[in-house]
Design a protein around this ligand. Structure first.
Ligand code: AGP
Length: 610
């Protein structure tokens, strides 16, 4: 996803901007650029990695105490220098960087071209900077005035930062649907699309809300609405530290974040488990606890791994809290005509809290009167702020594009929610205590699995030839299989398909031969015998099988080609453990193929466009 960094202060702006871009690299991009306002407005852009931009900057006189920078993930127009941001007006006096999509850019572009503006790119963004230039023609108009008027004519989404040669010391920012965070330092101000870019300078941040804009300068910041009404906002302190968002000696962020999972589980549960009462104490739901008691149906929305975590939660909540649950792809829910009553709660699951489809789904649910809850990792993110209440997953910054610790924390939050809703309803004290007791064991069980990484690497090596994979599981292990397949797909680009094991005979078995291996999740649980039959059916067709089962179950070694073992735990918590071998199998498969697991091709960490 595109990244924005901006600075105004007393230090040289260029190194601050370039370091900020490097901290946004994990979000995925195809080109980058930087604008500095010094004696004049200077802009340098390049296709490819930040290093290419660095090379282009060598020897350039980019001296100034104010500037903006951008990493672009192409939506309109191919990755090229001409399409890279910042974009400028006709005379090169205004520079603008933009995240989001301007849906009416063609209409704006036609009007501006007929007014004599010359366009140089294929992007939607360029229409905005020419519109600002056009509006500045009116005497006495400031950059802030022109930005305010311009964004009011935009349909779509934007997070922008704009500078102007004639107004040195002023950075104007605005947001609608694409995050903008302001960093407040000592006599200096930062702006970014993601707090990771500026966390090394300050942890005092202000998140702009939709329809807000701000003018940053050496005299401080002024936040206002698009009607130019002042908005008072005090900085809040980010919990994260710059170190937490670094690799700390691991080869990849993904490996670091997988290794953090035991501690993440402790953090997710910290202060929330009341083992004595077999209950979960969720401060974020305190204000809606009575309303939650009356809920008679849950709809859960999410994308990707968040969606699969929600599917695990569905089994938990129905089995142990007795609440009907529907899990919906956010990208579909937002276009359906969902039946929502005053006793429906809609839960949004999102690591970034900025996923466009999930945000749109929540807004749709709110419009229909549902109680909206969030299971979000990024504190202060849009979904966290727009839902009525919620539970932060406390996984810490997740930099690797593939969701690992965030997914584990999301599943764990669903277990806590199951206790919360269940103990409000029919769940007994003894059941609640049993679940709570087993939750407390999870960190050490995950630690024991992480220590087997070389075993998972060896298996990944044995299947390095495979270009296709079928991942299967039943009940709690069906979504676990879907999530495992997503990991292999998005990291190694192998065509891995997740399937409910009961569906194998309804089609997928036609795929099976010696060149099409299967990963079968078959812990010793309530459906083990049925899934064991799947293994036998695959082997009868010469298909190779990697089976993941429970320690002590020796019969699988006679049936499968390779067997991985999990410690015993409650059936509802198996997906937490199951994720570890599946994450590491996918990670090693990617590395063995020579790919960068932190930045898989075509993917972005947070999909803030439809
Ligand atoms: C999962 O590994 C992917 N990175 C992706 O599917 C991700 O889970 C999805 O885009 C949802 O992101 P969110 O949790 O930030 O909303």
């Amino acid at each position: 996803m595109c990244g924005i960094v901006g600075y105004v202060g007393k230090k040289a702006a260029l190194p601050i901007l370039m370091n900020g871009l490097r901290r946004l690299e994990y979000r995925g991009y195809d080109s980058a650029g930087v604008a500095i306002v010094g004696e004049s407005l200077r802009i340098v852009r390049s296709v490819g990695k930040i290093q290419s931009l660095d090379d282009r900057l060598f020897g350039e006189k980019m001296i100034g105490f104010m500037g903006i920078a951008h990493t672009r993930w192409a939506t309109h127009g191919v990755p090229s220098e001409a399409n890279a941001h910042p974009h400028t007006d006709c005379r090169g006096n205004i520079a603008l960087v933009h995240n989001g999509i301007i849906e009416n850019y063609r209409e704006l572009k036609e009007q501006l071209e007929s007014a004599g503006h010359a366009f140089r790119s294929e992007t939607d963004t360029e229409a905005l900077v020419h519109l600002i230039e056009h509006l500045l023609k009116y005497p006495g108009t400031t950059l802030a005035d022109a930005v305010r008027s311009a964004v009011r004519r935009v349909r779509g989404t934007y997070g922008i930062a704009v500078v102007r040669a004639e107004e040195p010391g002023r950075v104007v920012v605005a947001r609608l649907g694409s995050p903008i965070v302001i960093g407040v330092g000592g006599g200096e101000l930062f702006v970014a699309s993601d707090a990771n870019a500026i966390i090394g300078h300050t942890r005092r941040v202000i998140f702009l809300d939709d329809g807000e804009m701000a003018v940053l300068g050496l005299d401080g910041y002024q936040i206002s609405s698009l009607d130019n009404l002042p908005i008072a906002k005090e900085p809040e302190d980010l919990e994260w530290t710059a170190e937490a968002a670094q690799k700390n000696g691991y080869p990849h962020f993904m490996m670091k974040e997988m290794s953090e999972q035991p501690e993440v589980l402790r953090n997710t549960m910290r202060g929330r488990l009341n083992a004595k009462n077999g209950n979960a104490v969720l401060g974020g739901l305190r204000d809606v606890a009575d309303q939650a008691r009356e809920i008679d149906r849950l709809i859960v929305v999410g994308c990707g791994s968040a969606y699969y975590a929600a599917q695990v939660g569905e089994y938990m909540l129905e089995e142990y809290a007795g609440i009907p649950v529907e899990v919906e792809l956010a990208s579909e829910f937002r276009y359906r005509k969902p039946i929502i009553t005053s006793r429906t709660a809609v839960i949004a699951v999102s690591q970034s809290g900025e996923t466009a489809d999930t945000l749109a789904a929540i807004r749709e649910a709110k419009m229909k009167g549902a109680l909206t809850l969030g299971i979000v990792n990024a504190v202060g993110s849009t979904i966290a702020r727009e839902t009525d209440a919620g539970v932060y997953s406390h996984a810490g910054p997740e930099i690797g594009v593939a969701s690992t610790k965030a997914y584990l924390s999301q599943v764990t939050v669903f277990a806590l929610l199951t206790l919360f809703f269940g103990r409000q309803r029919q769940m007994s004290l003894s059941t609640g205590k049993r679940i709570a007791k087993e939750l407390v064991r999870l960190p050490e069980l995950v630690t024991s699995l992480l220590e087997r990484t070389n075993e998972y690497r060896a298996v990944a090596q044995r299947y390095a030839w495979a270009e296709d994979f079928l991942y299967m599981g039943r009940k709690y292990c069906a979504p676990a299989a879907f999530e495992g397949a997503l990991k292999l797909k998005e990291l190694s680009y192998v065509h891995a398909e997740g399937y409910a094991a009961g569906e194998m005979k309804h089609g997928p078995i036609a795929l099976i031969d010696e060149g099409f291996p299967s990963m079968v999740l078959c812990p010793v649980d309530s459906v083990y015998e049925k899934t064991k039959s799947n293994v036998e059916e695959i082997r009868a067709r010469r298909g190779k099988v990697i089976a993941i089962t429970t320690e002590g179950n020796n019969e699988m070694s006679r049936l499968a080609d390779d067997v991985l073992y999990l410690p015993k735990t409650l059936e509802m918590l198996v997906p937490v453990l199951m994720a570890v071998p599946l994450q590491l199998f996918a990670y090693h498969a990617a590395v063995l193929r020579g790919f960068d697991p932190d930045m898989p091709r075509n993917l972005a960490k947070s999909v803030t466009v439809e």
